[in-house]
Ligand binder design. Structure first.
Ligand code: GLN
Length: 393
């Protein structure tokens, strides 16, 4: 057989996917590895989908860079939030989820030998996307448990030639919400070293008071170098619809469109039309969304407190990083990797978690990530199962 793509040999499969497969194979297990809402999307969106399904031109290809209706909805929503009148034709591209958006962005900006700065811990695909496009990641640690970065280390990464930086805000997996000051510094360094800022913001509406979501693209002078990667998955609880989007200045958006068109031709047309209904939902919808996730955070973190495990309280998103050091110090778990521990968790208590090491460039082995997007009853049951772990402490 002829040789396959050599770059793929250096890429490891999705660890979130591996943990999910283990949960799927064990009936009755609870998957806290893959962040995925258990509740239905808003009724307005489901009703719109029924209408779209009834027949019509939307069952054929959509406009390749996104349905004009959806791009208009996106431009109308984000123009005031970013503080700039966005042109839906020139500055918005609809993609197959945020994951394709990120790949299309990397395809649009990377050349062989380029360097892309990525905060570690990071969401699984960033380094892979950069690498598959010939670029080399430079990792800058967000140091647990506070997940702060050292500005000097960040500047050093730009000095090494970072032509872009990826910021996931709110951060998956750490729950960090970048402050205005941190984002201003990132934008300032990007301007100084003439780099792009890629900001990945699918959890933008899940930020817990008193913290606030600051859009990097809205900062003074930032828009021209900032590429916003986003998705409707978490905002409207439609992770399976795979609707993502990019907002970027016209020249950059043009290159992303080109990459997107050759990757996918376009995103599912009826789903794009139906998703437009979500954009008419008022502030109450967003207030309820974050209140629901705040209640879930309380269930999970309250449960962890009861068990006596330490974690970093997430400021945003629906993931929490839990420290498993107390287990790893016991003779039974001596020398175990976090992956082994997570695999054991599925078998022993029927709960899936993601080993933290898959998110870190540094050799971190003492953290696991739990998602709390499931329903309250599921989370309560997961905590009940976790209580059995006290016997091992
Ligand atoms: N974004 C979700 C998570 O981080 C799902 C990702 C996936 O299934 N690979 O868990």
């Amino acid at each position: 057989m002829p040789e396959l793509n050599r770059r793929l040999e250096q890429i490891t499969d999705s660890v979130i996917g591996h943990m999910t497969a283990l949960c799927d194979a064990l009936p009755g297990s609870i998957n806290l590895a893959q962040g995925c809402p258990e509740h239905d999307p808003p009724k307005a969106i489901l009703d719109a989908l029924v209408k779209e399904a009834a027949g019509g031109p939307q069952h054929q290809y959509a406009v390749l860079c996104g349905s004009p209706n959806l791009r208009r909805c996106i431009a109308d929503k984000y123009s005031p939030l970013i503080g700039k009148a966005l042109d839906p034709e020139e500055e918005v591209v609809v993609t197959c989820g945020g994951t394709e958006a990120m790949m299309a962005i990397m395809m649009a900006i990377c050349n062989e030998g380029d360097k892309v700065i990525i905060f570690s811990p990071f969401y699984e695909c960033y380094g892979t996307d950069a690498f598959l496009n010939g670029a080399e990641p430079i990792y800058v640690p967000l140091v647990p448990p506070a997940y702060e970065f050292d500005p000097a280390v960040l500047e050093d990464a730009f000095k090494q030639g970072g032509k872009a930086i990826v910021v996931c805000n709110p951060n998956n997996p750490s729950g960090k919400v970048f402050t205005r000051e941190e984002l201003l510094l990132i934008e300032e360094l990007a301007a100084k070293y003439d780099a792009f800022v890629i900001t990945d913001e699918p959890y933008e509406h899940i930020v817990y008071a008193p913290y606030e979501h600051v859009r990097a693209a809205s900062l003074p002078g930032a828009y021209e170098r900032t590429i916003t990667c986003n998705s409707l998955s978490k905002t409207f609880s439609i992770t399976g619809w795979r609707i993502g989007f990019v907002i970027a200045p016209p020249k950059i958006a043009e290159a992303i469109k080109l990459a997107h068109v050759f990757l996918t031709v376009g995103t599912a047309s009826p789903l794009q039309e139906a998703a437009c209904a979500g954009f008419s939902l008022g502030q109450e919808y967003y207030d309820e969304l974050v209140a629901d996730y705040a209640a879930n955070r309380e269930i999970i973190c309250g449960g962890l407190d009861e068990i006596g495990l330490t974690y970093t309280l997430p400021k945003g998103g629906f993931f929490v990083m839990v420290d498993i050091t107390p287990f790893l110090e016991k003779p039974m778990f001596k020398g175990w990797s976090d992956l082994q521990f997570c695999e054991w968790l599925v078998d022993e208590i029927g709960v899936g978690a993601t080993p933290g090491s898959c998110f870190f460039a540094e050799p971190v082995n003492n953290l696991i990530r739990l998602q709390f997007a499931s329903n309250a009853a599921t989370l309560h049951e997961a905590i009940e199962r976790f209580k059995r772990l006290k016997a091992y402490l």
